[in-house]
Design a binder for this molecule. Structure first.
Ligand code: GMT
Length: 374
């Protein structure tokens, strides 16, 4: 197949899923064309089946806001026309689904018909999409899509509850590339960070409010009162400065390292003993899956799609949002030497169920179904 993929090319989970999916499809022999405003951050290798088309957003003094959606729709028309694409797959409804709708309408007038699949990832439904200024367009674009997928049952249910959509929604969960995300021996690095044999906690996110990084720091402080432990914080975003201040206020800076954005996050995960995901919303929790693939058990909240991934008492624990006492109690239970190895191996076994090799055929099958019904 010749597949066009539209996504946010940044470190966000939807961009990661879209890029890894495209890479996987290209390795299977499909021709994959990424259409985005910059090179997707995980599009970092050469494959003869992978192509990248940059959306060029022209500004003009009259525009207060450059019309990205129109530039994207125009680019989609061009790429579909000249690269003879069979199907478009847009990740994150806003504004990608509406741009695909516009491109499909333009192409139809030329007698070129192409279906588009929309994958909903989370905040396009649970936060931004619900806003009254976007919700009619989101509802319309979902219904106009020729196929719709969500990354968890929970997100499917939330979409049906929040929007008056008629489309059938297929659930295809997030996945992980187990050839990349696997525990590597990094003992020298662990010794450098945990020089007195401390256990290591880790949190990775884009430091948005919804991630509640402050709960990770407060949980860490409570755990540190009971045992020697360190915390690594990976990622960057709007809450970073506030979190640095919080560490100072709580007097825990000496045992916390802010690592910023790291490409090879699997290196850091490989050193870690427990992963904290205290999010307020999480449609799936890709970062937790990547941790589990590196044999890191997870203490997460019990919201959204997290219970579909993290099995309470097996691969880690689930807590209510904001319950820092419970998070600390469960982290201590995992870090107890008599429990740790069991949690690690069960976390890995669970992650293996979400292997890219198992999930990729679901997307291929779904494209074929959409094309055959179109
Ligand atoms: O979580 C983020 O801030 C990024 C966000 C995105 O849209 O890029 O991630 C969402 O999509 C991921 C991939 O499907 C999911 O694993 C995340 O759970 C989801 N985030 C939220 O629902 C908050």
């Amino acid at each position: 197949m010749r597949i066009g993929i539209v996504c946010y090319p940044t470190f966000g989970g939807s961009g990661v899923v879209a890029t890894e999916l495209g890479k996987g499809l290209a390795k299977e022999g499909h021709q994959v064309h990424f259409i985005t405003y910059s090179q997707p951050c995980r599009l970092d290798f050469f494959n003869e089946n992978l192509f990248y088309h940059e959306v060029d957003v022209r500004n003009y003094p009259l525009f207060r806001y450059p019309p990205y959606e129109l530039a994207l729709a125009g680019k989609l028309v061009e790429v579909v026309r000249y690269e003879k694409l069979d199907i478009l797959h847009v990740h994150y409804a806003i504004p990608h689904a509406s741009a695909a709708f516009m491109a499909r309408s333009i192409l139809r007038k030329e007698g070129l018909d192409i279906p588009f699949v929309t994958t909903l990832h989370g905040t396009d439904i649970t936060l931004v999409g619900k806003d009254p200024s976007y919700s009619p367009v989101v509802t319309f674009s979902i219904d106009e899509s020729d196929g719709v997928t969500t990354v968890s049952e929970s997100l499917k249910q939330e979409t049906l509850d929040q929007f008056n959509v008629q489309s059938h929604i297929e659930v295809i969960p997030n996945f992980v590339d187990l050839d990349r995300f696997k525990k590597q021996k990094q003992e020298h690095f662990k010794k450098a960070i945990c020089d007195h044999g401390e256990k290591l906690m880790v949190h990775t996110s884009n430091f948005r409010k919804v991630k509640r990084v402050e709960d990770a720091i407060r949980t860490f402080k409570k755990v540190r009162e009971k045992m020697p432990v360190k915390l690594l914080l990976v990622g960057d975003g709007p809450e970073r400065a506030n979190m640095e201040n919080l560490c100072r206020e709580l007097g825990v800076c000496g045992d916390i390292r802010f690592l910023g954005k790291i490409d090879a996050v699997e290196d850091v995960l490989s050193l870690s003993d427990v992963f904290l995901m205290p999010s307020e919303k999480e449609s799936f929790g890709l970062a937790a899956l990547e941790a589990m693939a590196c044999e890191v058990p997870v203490v997460s909240t019990n919201i959204g799609g997290l219970p579909e991934l993290n099995v309470h008492g097996e691969t880690g624990f689930l807590t209510p949002v904001g319950d820092v006492d419970a998070m600390a109690k469960y982290a201590l239970e995992i870090l107890d030497d008599k429990n740790l190895a069991g949690f690690k191996s069960r976390a890995l076994a669970r992650a293996q169920e979400f292997d890219l090799k198992n999930i990729l055929p679901h997307y291929e099958g779904y494209y074929e179904k959409v094309l055959s019904e179109y």
